[in-house]
Design a protein around this ligand. Sequence first.
Ligand SMILES: Cc1cc2nc3c(=O)[nH]c(=O)nc-3n(C[C@H](O)[C@H](O)[C@H](O)COP(=O)(O)OP(=O)(O)OC[C@H]3O[C@@H](n4cnc5c(N)ncnc54)[C@H](O)[C@@H]3O)c2cc1C
Length: 428
Amino acid sequence: MTPRRARPITPAEDGKKARMGEARNGELRVAVAGAGLGGLCLAQGLRRIGIEVDVYERDTGPDIRPQGYRLHLDARAGLALERCLPPRLFELFQATCGQPSRRFTVLSRRLRVLHEVTGDSGQDPYAPGTLSTSVHRRTLRELLCAGLADRIHHGRAVTGYAIDGQGVQVRFADGDTARADLLVGADGVHSTVRRQLLPHAVVEDTGGRCLYGRTLLTDRTRALLPAALLEGFTAFVGGGVGLATGLVRLREQPPAAAARLAPEIRLSPAPDYLMWAVTARARDLGAAESELEKADPAALHALACRAVRTFHADLRELVAAAEVEQTFLAVIRSAERVPAWPPGRVTLLGDAIHAMSPARGSGANTALQDAALLCRALAERRDDSPAALVGAVGAYEERMRDYGFAAVAASREAEKRTGRVGSWLFRR
Ligand SMILES: Cc1cc2nc3c(=O)[nH]c(=O)nc-3n(C[C@H](O)[C@H](O)[C@H](O)COP(=O)(O)OP(=O)(O)OC[C@H]3O[C@@H](n4cnc5c(N)ncnc54)[C@H](O)[C@@H]3O)c2cc1C
């Protein structure tokens, strides 16, 4: 990407402009709703090309709710992160990826191997263009926040916006407002920004429910791991309930990697663990929808244990040995394709526009891809005029709709073909 404004902003200028809260001297100011993976990556990318950015996040802090553990990332994420992160942070990202997965195995509940796909050993799983790795979500989020402390505003729920001759006025739940030239709704599947921009957009509940948990690797739990689980991602099929597992063992402990590569950055330690996901329709989990919604981690864990009661004893024990308080429920939702809309000063990225089933492990990958593409479009706009800004947004949206909704369709197809989200058969 050719930086349009490569001149770095000094901390003094930066603070002054942040206090003013609006664009000056024809310089672009972007407001991002949502400090999820897509919004944070966008902020990193904009910062890198000298565009001012403020990220407004509803949560009051980065760790106030569980956000998941393991994420599979591929070349879409690799290329996007390489583009958006400063080189040192990208190196830190590569150092803290998971150990390579050698194989993807589908097994029966009784551990009979049904299908195996061996990875391409000739490709570097950590290079941007051939990335194929797992990451610890918290580590990735911490990395994406690095250097943005003064740009991320927690406890700032966006409730809507108004467009006027000067730009966009962003409204918050506390009655406050902020101004920007461009508002990006990166506020996830229930996006407030999308509801105002595209009130006709539909996000469907597929009926899939996923109980998500993790079991720390100790001498006892390691001894229970069937061989296939040590090799890579596994899916267990049979009956109305699926189980998917992935080991997370980072290449280097995040605090040590940060000390080596970017000592000013604090990363939390990440334990070795087995991520597991019990997937089914609500009725196959043996709970009414209303019960599931209200269930606390202990009740969800109990449901997960019950759901796998006919699985091999080692699998049952692995689920039973989980960190109970880390168990949570994911409701699987999928967006319907939205026909092209006229571009303007408000746009969307990630789950806010193309939420999808996790059946192919694509949601985070496309959110990061969107962030990099939008940065590039903004960097390449022909001048500082509002028309050029809207043109750049239009160019971004045209491509984003194509690959974004193609990924939604592929994920939906994978879910349908397998009959339930749980088998994750077509993930890679
Ligand atoms: C169980 C599970 C497993 C998954 N595994 C994978 C995988 O392996 N690989 C993969 O690529 N994808 C995976 N995904 C999908 C991936 O997690 C999402 O697609 C990705 O997090 C989307 O990023 P985002 O930035 O668009 O949204 P989010 O990460 O959802 O971030 C949205 C942010 O906006 C904030 N917000 C919401 N409303 C407001 C508001 N009004 N104002 C301000 N802030 C607001 C939220 O608090 C949140 O921080 C998985 C999903 C699930 C559920």
